[in-house]
Design a protein around this ligand. Structure first.
Ligand code: GDP
Ligand code: MN
Length: 378
């Protein structure tokens, strides 16, 4: 679960990491009254669960009331990569002397959390990693947290001034504590700034909490903002489906994560692009198939749908029934290619052919067919 910037900052504040004051507004009018209260200049920032807000024009420093009103209503009317901005954070503008990056990510290869620190802050860290990797210091972490001597190494890497280093050390240690104690999979400050007065502050904040740990953190679970999440993801979670959204045009319904990976690979191999995959899992519940079709047909990037089912515990006839029920309800015109083999395959074929649908049994053939249908529909 991704937290909004304002929520992440609140979490940081409660762990003693210095963040500038700020409050959120849902209308330009509310934003203006916050600006009047804080005093100008202020920064108005879109609260959306997606990166690159700044580049998209969702972060603006404003010097007076009129510009705040104009910019707040502009940002509140924005749509950043498909997500509508419903809320802005208004915060007194800091005078920035230097900007750094610090973040903790999960290093899957080495199976441990990793602290990353870079003096090249404020910009896209992936870009820094690509072009000037020597500007990123990486410190692997274990459950004991970040020992002071390692925090000092990182602080020296970031800033030459001992007085600043002294402020950075506890911030890093607290960030590690937030990450560990709140079961985060990401805790990032970009930028961590040094103000013109020599104060170190987290000017931006991005925290992701591991969904599987939310039961242990009811206070964080409450922060989930359904209106700001992708509606397909919300629906999938509620229906017990695992759903991964990708960039292409072919919707995929599969059973099992391994088959999902093989399906993605084969689509790419034949020159297609998956729009997502929906894993209906090992069960054979027709409602899941209906839910999957609902999600896919609501996504206007999806030009064709591939059902790839390998029947085992999942029974092919149940999937077929679910699909037919879904088609009755949805009246969709999206072309559907079905491949199924395994348990109750024959019953499934009979059910489908009774409704004029054919099911292929060869995966390669099905993948090529769905790519062709998606291309025709584009
Ligand atoms: P992001 O683009 O979504 O990561 O949003 P950030 O909160 O990181 O803001 C982007 C950039 O806007 C920062 O790197 C700063 O350069 C600038 N910015 C944000 N807040 C302030 C502020 O209080 N004062 C000044 N001068 N610039 C700011
Ligand atoms: Mn940022």
């Amino acid at each position: 679960m991704n937290l909004h910037e304002y929520q992440s900052k609140e979490l940081f504040r409660s762990h003693g990491i210095p963040v500038p004051p700020g409050e959120t507004a849902e209308t330009a009018e509310q934003a203006v009254s916050l600006g009047d209260r804080f005093g100008y200049p202020v920064v108005v920032k879109a609260q959306v669960l997606i990166g690159g807000r700044g580049k998209a024009g969702g972060v603006k420093v404003v010097r007076d009331r009129e510009s705040l009103e104009r910019e707040a209503s502009r940002i509140l009317g924005m749509d950043i990569r498909g997500l509508a901005v419903r809320r802005v954070l208004v915060t007194p503008a800091a005078e920035i002397a230097r900007e750094y990056y610090v973040g903790i990510v999960l290093d899957r290869r080495n199976e441990c959390p990793l602290l990353m620190a870079s003096p090249a802050g404020g910009i896209d860290i992936e870009e820094v990693a690509r072009t000037t990797p020597e500007k990123i210091l990486k410190i692997p972490l274990d459950l004991r947290g970040l020992p002071a001597y390692r925090a000092r190494i990182a602080a020296r890497f970031l800033d030459p001034d001992p007085a600043i280093q002294k402020q950075i050390v506890p911030i890093l240690q607290k960030l590690v504590r937030v990450y560990r104690d709140r079961d985060a999979s990401l805790a990032e400050i970009n930028p961590l700034v040094v103000t013109s007065k020599g104060e170190v502050q987290a000017l931006d904040a991005k925290v992701t909490i591991d969904d599987n740990a939310l039961d242990r953190h009811p206070d964080l679970a409450k922060l989930r903002d359904l209106s700001a999440e992708d509606s397909g993801e919300t629906q999938a979670r509620e229906s017990g489906l695992s759903y991964v959204k990708l960039d292409g045009s072919i919707g995929c319904v599969v059973n099992g994560a391994g088959l999902a990976m093989a399906t993605m690979d084969l689509i790419q191999f034949h020159g297609g692009k998956p729009a997502n995959f929906l894993d209906i899992g090992g069960s054979s519940n027709p409602d899941k198939v209906t839910a999957a079709m609902n999600i896919l047909t609501a996504d206007d990037r999806v030009r064709a749908v591939l059902f790839n089912i390998f029947g085992g515990i999942t029974r092919c006839d149940d999937v077929a029934r679910g699909l037919l029920t879904a088609l009755d309800r949805l009246h969709t015109r999206i072309p559907i290619v079905i491949r199924l083999t395994g348990t109750n395959e024959r019953e499934a074929r009979d059910l489908l052919s009774g409704r004029g649908l054919t099911a292929l049994s060869d995966m390669d053939e099905a993948v090529r067919a769905v790519i062709a249908r998606a291309a025709e529909a584009a």
